[in-house]
Design a protein around this ligand. Structure first.
Ligand code: F6P
Length: 320
Protein backbone atom coordinates (compact mmCIF):
# COMPACT_ATOMS: atom_id res chain seq x y z
CA UNK A 1 0.00 0.00 0.00
CA UNK A 2 1.65 3.21 -1.22
CA UNK A 3 -0.95 5.94 -1.28
CA UNK A 4 -4.23 6.54 0.53
CA UNK A 5 -6.83 9.30 0.53
CA UNK A 6 -8.77 10.83 3.39
CA UNK A 7 -11.86 13.02 3.40
CA UNK A 8 -14.29 14.54 5.89
CA UNK A 9 -17.91 14.72 4.78
CA UNK A 10 -21.38 15.86 5.85
CA UNK A 11 -21.94 17.80 9.06
CA UNK A 12 -18.61 18.57 10.71
CA UNK A 13 -17.83 17.56 14.28
CA UNK A 14 -15.09 18.42 16.74
CA UNK A 15 -12.25 15.91 16.69
CA UNK A 16 -12.22 15.52 12.92
CA UNK A 17 -8.87 17.33 12.79
CA UNK A 18 -7.36 15.07 15.43
CA UNK A 19 -8.54 12.16 13.35
CA UNK A 20 -7.15 13.48 10.04
CA UNK A 21 -3.87 14.19 11.82
CA UNK A 22 -3.73 10.62 13.13
CA UNK A 23 -4.44 9.20 9.67
CA UNK A 24 -1.68 11.32 8.13
CA UNK A 25 0.92 10.66 10.82
CA UNK A 26 0.22 6.93 10.93
CA UNK A 27 0.29 6.61 7.13
CA UNK A 28 3.54 8.58 6.86
CA UNK A 29 5.10 6.37 9.52
CA UNK A 30 4.22 3.40 7.28
CA UNK A 31 5.88 5.15 4.31
CA UNK A 32 2.63 5.87 2.56
CA UNK A 33 1.56 9.08 0.85
CA UNK A 34 -1.69 10.75 1.90
CA UNK A 35 -3.98 12.69 -0.40
CA UNK A 36 -6.35 15.00 1.46
CA UNK A 37 -9.60 15.43 -0.45
CA UNK A 38 -11.18 18.80 0.24
CA UNK A 39 -14.90 19.46 0.77
CA UNK A 40 -15.89 15.81 1.13
CA UNK A 41 -17.39 13.90 -1.79
CA UNK A 42 -18.02 17.17 -3.64
CA UNK A 43 -14.28 17.83 -3.67
CA UNK A 44 -13.67 14.26 -4.80
CA UNK A 45 -16.01 14.76 -7.74
CA UNK A 46 -14.56 18.22 -8.47
CA UNK A 47 -10.93 17.00 -8.01
CA UNK A 48 -9.96 19.23 -5.13
CA UNK A 49 -6.98 17.51 -3.52
CA UNK A 50 -3.82 18.26 -1.59
CA UNK A 51 -0.86 16.08 -0.64
CA UNK A 52 -0.59 16.01 3.12
CA UNK A 53 2.68 15.99 5.00
CA UNK A 54 3.24 16.46 8.74
CA UNK A 55 3.22 20.25 8.27
CA UNK A 56 -0.31 20.04 6.84
CA UNK A 57 -1.55 18.63 10.14
CA UNK A 58 0.55 20.61 12.59
CA UNK A 59 -1.29 22.83 15.09
CA UNK A 60 -4.70 21.37 14.27
CA UNK A 61 -5.48 19.24 17.32
CA UNK A 62 -7.17 22.04 19.24
CA UNK A 63 -9.17 23.32 16.28
CA UNK A 64 -12.86 22.59 15.82
CA UNK A 65 -14.32 22.12 12.33
CA UNK A 66 -12.29 20.33 9.68
CA UNK A 67 -9.15 21.57 7.96
CA UNK A 68 -10.17 19.49 4.93
CA UNK A 69 -13.54 21.29 4.84
CA UNK A 70 -16.79 19.44 4.34
CA UNK A 71 -19.94 19.50 2.25
CA UNK A 72 -23.25 17.76 1.81
CA UNK A 73 -23.07 16.26 -1.67
CA UNK A 74 -26.20 15.46 -3.66
CA UNK A 75 -24.16 14.21 -6.62
CA UNK A 76 -22.72 11.34 -4.59
CA UNK A 77 -26.22 9.91 -4.21
CA UNK A 78 -26.58 9.28 -7.94
CA UNK A 79 -24.87 6.91 -10.36
CA UNK A 80 -22.97 9.53 -12.45
CA UNK A 81 -21.47 11.19 -9.35
CA UNK A 82 -20.49 7.85 -7.85
CA UNK A 83 -18.80 6.77 -11.09
CA UNK A 84 -16.90 10.03 -11.29
CA UNK A 85 -15.78 9.68 -7.68
CA UNK A 86 -14.41 6.20 -8.38
CA UNK A 87 -12.70 7.32 -11.61
CA UNK A 88 -11.06 10.23 -9.81
CA UNK A 89 -9.78 7.97 -7.04
CA UNK A 90 -8.39 5.57 -9.64
CA UNK A 91 -6.81 8.53 -11.43
CA UNK A 92 -5.15 9.54 -8.18
CA UNK A 93 -3.63 6.09 -7.88
CA UNK A 94 -4.77 5.58 -4.30
CA UNK A 95 -4.86 2.10 -2.78
CA UNK A 96 -7.49 2.98 -0.20
CA UNK A 97 -9.77 5.71 1.15
CA UNK A 98 -10.73 6.74 4.66
CA UNK A 99 -14.08 8.52 5.00
CA UNK A 100 -14.76 10.47 8.19
CA UNK A 101 -18.41 11.46 8.62
CA UNK A 102 -21.97 10.65 9.62
CA UNK A 103 -24.64 8.35 8.27
CA UNK A 104 -24.82 9.73 4.71
CA UNK A 105 -21.02 9.85 4.45
CA UNK A 106 -20.72 6.24 5.58
CA UNK A 107 -23.31 5.29 2.99
CA UNK A 108 -21.00 6.92 0.44
CA UNK A 109 -18.11 4.89 1.86
CA UNK A 110 -20.10 1.70 1.38
CA UNK A 111 -20.84 2.74 -2.21
CA UNK A 112 -17.13 3.30 -2.92
CA UNK A 113 -16.34 -0.09 -1.43
CA UNK A 114 -19.04 -1.80 -3.49
CA UNK A 115 -17.57 -0.14 -6.58
CA UNK A 116 -14.18 -1.66 -5.85
CA UNK A 117 -12.36 1.02 -3.83
CA UNK A 118 -10.87 -0.31 -0.54
CA UNK A 119 -12.61 1.96 1.95
CA UNK A 120 -12.75 2.37 5.72
CA UNK A 121 -15.36 4.51 7.48
CA UNK A 122 -14.91 6.54 10.65
CA UNK A 123 -18.13 7.59 12.48
CA UNK A 124 -18.25 11.33 13.12
CA UNK A 125 -21.54 13.02 13.95
CA UNK A 126 -22.67 14.89 17.02
CA UNK A 127 -26.05 13.10 16.87
CA UNK A 128 -24.55 9.78 18.08
CA UNK A 129 -26.95 8.01 15.76
CA UNK A 130 -24.50 5.60 14.09
CA UNK A 131 -24.78 1.90 14.91
CA UNK A 132 -21.79 -0.25 15.91
CA UNK A 133 -20.13 2.48 17.95
CA UNK A 134 -21.04 3.67 21.43
CA UNK A 135 -19.68 7.11 20.66
CA UNK A 136 -19.19 8.92 17.37
CA UNK A 137 -16.52 11.56 16.98
CA UNK A 138 -17.67 14.98 18.21
CA UNK A 139 -20.48 13.85 20.52
CA UNK A 140 -18.56 14.51 23.73
CA UNK A 141 -17.52 18.02 22.69
CA UNK A 142 -21.07 18.82 21.57
CA UNK A 143 -22.38 17.71 24.97
CA UNK A 144 -19.83 19.89 26.73
CA UNK A 145 -20.91 22.83 24.56
CA UNK A 146 -24.54 22.15 25.44
CA UNK A 147 -24.03 21.94 29.19
CA UNK A 148 -22.01 25.16 29.20
CA UNK A 149 -24.87 26.99 27.50
CA UNK A 150 -27.59 25.37 29.59
CA UNK A 151 -25.82 26.08 32.89
CA UNK A 152 -25.79 29.77 31.91
CA UNK A 153 -29.46 29.62 30.97
CA UNK A 154 -30.39 28.01 34.28
CA UNK A 155 -28.80 30.91 36.17
CA UNK A 156 -30.98 33.48 34.49
CA UNK A 157 -34.05 31.21 34.54
CA UNK A 158 -33.68 30.96 38.34
CA UNK A 159 -33.40 34.72 38.76
CA UNK A 160 -36.66 35.24 36.88
CA UNK A 161 -38.55 32.09 37.91
CA UNK A 162 -38.96 30.99 34.33
CA UNK A 163 -39.17 27.79 32.37
CA UNK A 164 -36.43 27.38 29.73
CA UNK A 165 -36.92 25.32 26.60
CA UNK A 166 -33.63 24.38 24.92
CA UNK A 167 -33.44 22.78 21.49
CA UNK A 168 -30.51 20.50 20.72
CA UNK A 169 -29.54 18.94 17.40
CA UNK A 170 -30.54 15.35 16.68
CA UNK A 171 -32.67 14.77 13.61
CA UNK A 172 -33.72 11.23 14.41
CA UNK A 173 -31.92 10.59 17.67
CA UNK A 174 -32.51 12.20 21.06
CA UNK A 175 -29.14 11.23 22.55
CA UNK A 176 -27.89 14.81 22.97
CA UNK A 177 -31.18 15.92 24.55
CA UNK A 178 -31.35 13.01 27.01
CA UNK A 179 -27.71 13.04 28.11
CA UNK A 180 -27.64 16.82 28.51
CA UNK A 181 -30.95 16.61 30.42
CA UNK A 182 -29.30 14.22 32.89
CA UNK A 183 -26.13 16.32 33.08
CA UNK A 184 -27.98 19.61 33.60
CA UNK A 185 -30.81 18.41 35.81
CA UNK A 186 -33.61 19.04 33.33
CA UNK A 187 -37.18 18.12 34.15
CA UNK A 188 -37.98 16.82 30.68
CA UNK A 189 -36.27 15.54 27.55
CA UNK A 190 -38.47 15.53 24.46
CA UNK A 191 -37.00 13.11 21.92
CA UNK A 192 -37.94 11.68 18.52
CA UNK A 193 -37.92 8.15 19.95
CA UNK A 194 -41.01 8.68 22.11
CA UNK A 195 -44.25 10.68 21.97
CA UNK A 196 -44.60 13.46 24.52
CA UNK A 197 -47.58 14.62 26.53
CA UNK A 198 -47.60 18.41 26.71
CA UNK A 199 -50.45 18.41 29.26
CA UNK A 200 -48.43 16.21 31.63
CA UNK A 201 -45.44 18.52 31.16
CA UNK A 202 -47.56 21.59 31.96
CA UNK A 203 -49.09 19.95 35.00
CA UNK A 204 -45.62 19.10 36.29
CA UNK A 205 -44.37 22.64 35.66
CA UNK A 206 -47.31 24.07 37.54
CA UNK A 207 -46.72 21.90 40.59
CA UNK A 208 -42.97 22.62 40.54
CA UNK A 209 -43.57 26.34 40.71
CA UNK A 210 -46.27 25.82 43.35
CA UNK A 211 -43.63 24.01 45.43
CA UNK A 212 -41.46 27.10 45.14
CA UNK A 213 -38.90 25.88 42.58
CA UNK A 214 -37.46 28.84 40.77
CA UNK A 215 -36.75 27.32 37.35
CA UNK A 216 -37.62 24.45 35.04
CA UNK A 217 -35.69 23.08 32.13
CA UNK A 218 -37.00 21.25 29.11
CA UNK A 219 -34.54 19.81 26.59
CA UNK A 220 -35.97 19.18 23.11
CA UNK A 221 -34.25 17.31 20.30
CA UNK A 222 -34.80 19.06 16.97
CA UNK A 223 -36.25 15.86 15.46
CA UNK A 224 -39.02 15.74 18.08
CA UNK A 225 -40.35 19.30 18.17
CA UNK A 226 -39.38 22.92 17.74
CA UNK A 227 -38.47 24.74 20.94
CA UNK A 228 -40.67 27.64 19.84
CA UNK A 229 -43.71 25.36 19.51
CA UNK A 230 -43.10 23.78 22.92
CA UNK A 231 -42.67 27.21 24.54
CA UNK A 232 -45.85 28.46 22.86
CA UNK A 233 -47.82 25.40 23.98
CA UNK A 234 -46.71 25.93 27.59
CA UNK A 235 -47.57 29.60 27.46
CA UNK A 236 -50.98 28.95 25.88
CA UNK A 237 -51.91 26.22 28.33
CA UNK A 238 -50.71 27.60 31.65
CA UNK A 239 -49.60 31.15 30.87
CA UNK A 240 -46.14 30.46 32.14
CA UNK A 241 -43.29 32.85 31.48
CA UNK A 242 -41.14 30.75 29.19
CA UNK A 243 -37.95 31.52 27.26
CA UNK A 244 -36.21 29.37 24.69
CA UNK A 245 -32.89 28.83 23.02
CA UNK A 246 -32.11 26.94 19.83
CA UNK A 247 -28.50 25.83 20.22
CA UNK A 248 -28.12 25.02 16.52
CA UNK A 249 -24.70 24.88 14.92
CA UNK A 250 -23.01 26.23 18.06
CA UNK A 251 -23.06 22.61 19.25
CA UNK A 252 -20.87 21.43 16.36
CA UNK A 253 -17.96 23.81 16.84
CA UNK A 254 -15.30 24.56 19.41
CA UNK A 255 -12.06 23.04 20.54
CA UNK A 256 -12.48 19.26 20.89
CA UNK A 257 -12.55 17.67 24.35
CA UNK A 258 -9.77 15.31 25.43
CA UNK A 259 -12.18 12.43 24.80
CA UNK A 260 -12.73 13.49 21.17
CA UNK A 261 -9.03 14.13 20.55
CA UNK A 262 -8.23 10.65 21.85
CA UNK A 263 -11.11 9.05 19.97
CA UNK A 264 -10.04 10.79 16.76
CA UNK A 265 -6.47 9.58 17.26
CA UNK A 266 -7.53 6.00 17.95
CA UNK A 267 -10.05 5.88 15.11
CA UNK A 268 -7.55 7.37 12.64
CA UNK A 269 -4.72 4.97 13.47
CA UNK A 270 -7.06 1.95 13.49
CA UNK A 271 -8.48 2.95 10.09
CA UNK A 272 -5.01 3.07 8.50
CA UNK A 273 -4.15 -0.27 10.13
CA UNK A 274 -7.35 -1.77 8.70
CA UNK A 275 -6.29 -0.75 5.18
CA UNK A 276 -2.77 -2.08 5.76
CA UNK A 277 -4.16 -5.37 7.03
CA UNK A 278 -6.40 -5.62 3.99
CA UNK A 279 -9.68 -5.28 5.88
CA UNK A 280 -11.58 -2.79 3.72
CA UNK A 281 -15.37 -2.36 3.74
CA UNK A 282 -15.41 -1.79 7.49
CA UNK A 283 -16.15 1.02 9.92
CA UNK A 284 -14.11 1.58 13.05
CA UNK A 285 -16.15 1.95 16.23
CA UNK A 286 -15.84 2.22 19.97
CA UNK A 287 -17.49 -0.77 21.57
CA UNK A 288 -17.02 -2.57 24.86
CA UNK A 289 -13.49 -3.84 24.85
CA UNK A 290 -12.00 -1.06 22.72
CA UNK A 291 -11.86 -0.04 19.07
CA UNK A 292 -13.45 -2.59 16.72
CA UNK A 293 -14.09 -3.06 13.04
CA UNK A 294 -17.56 -3.85 11.74
CA UNK A 295 -18.75 -4.12 8.18
CA UNK A 296 -20.13 -0.94 6.62
CA UNK A 297 -22.94 -3.09 5.23
CA UNK A 298 -23.99 -4.10 8.78
CA UNK A 299 -23.72 -0.52 10.03
CA UNK A 300 -25.97 0.64 7.22
CA UNK A 301 -28.47 -2.21 7.72
CA UNK A 302 -28.70 -1.52 11.47
CA UNK A 303 -30.03 2.01 10.84
CA UNK A 304 -30.22 4.67 13.53
CA UNK A 305 -28.47 3.76 16.78
CA UNK A 306 -30.99 3.66 19.65
CA UNK A 307 -30.31 5.58 22.85
CA UNK A 308 -28.70 3.18 25.34
CA UNK A 309 -31.18 1.54 27.71
CA UNK A 310 -28.88 2.34 30.64
CA UNK A 311 -28.98 6.05 29.77
CA UNK A 312 -32.76 6.01 29.51
CA UNK A 313 -33.04 4.16 32.82
CA UNK A 314 -30.70 6.66 34.48
CA UNK A 315 -32.77 9.56 33.13
CA UNK A 316 -35.95 7.99 34.50
CA UNK A 317 -34.40 7.29 37.89
CA UNK A 318 -33.26 10.90 38.16
CA UNK A 319 -36.69 12.25 37.29
CA UNK A 320 -36.13 13.43 33.71
O1 F6P B 1 -26.10 15.28 11.21
C1 F6P B 1 -25.56 16.17 12.09
C2 F6P B 1 -26.39 17.42 12.16
O2 F6P B 1 -25.67 18.28 13.00
C3 F6P B 1 -27.83 17.25 12.63
O3 F6P B 1 -27.98 17.16 14.01
C4 F6P B 1 -28.50 18.48 12.06
O4 F6P B 1 -29.85 18.29 11.88
C5 F6P B 1 -27.79 18.64 10.76
O5 F6P B 1 -26.51 18.05 10.91
C6 F6P B 1 -27.64 20.08 10.30
O6 F6P B 1 -27.07 20.06 9.05
P1 F6P B 1 -26.51 21.32 8.26
O7 F6P B 1 -25.17 21.65 8.84
O8 F6P B 1 -26.41 20.87 6.86
O9 F6P B 1 -27.48 22.43 8.48
Amino acid sequence: MKRIAVLTSGGDSSGMNACVRAVVRKALSENMEVVGIQKGYQGLIDRQYMIMDTRAVSGVLQKGGTILHSARCQAMMGEPGQKLAVENLQGLGVDGVIVIGGEGSLKGALTLWKRGIPTIGIPASIDNDIAYTNMSLGVDTALNNIIYAVDCLKDTASSHSRAMVVETMGRSCGYLAVVSAIACGAEFAIVPEAPFDIDAICENLRSRFREGRDNSLIMVAEGAAKAQDVADMIKDRIGFETRLMVLGHYQRGGSPSVFDRMLGARFGVTAVDALLQNKPGNMVGLLTGGINLNSLEDVFKAGCRPIDDAVLKLAKTLGV
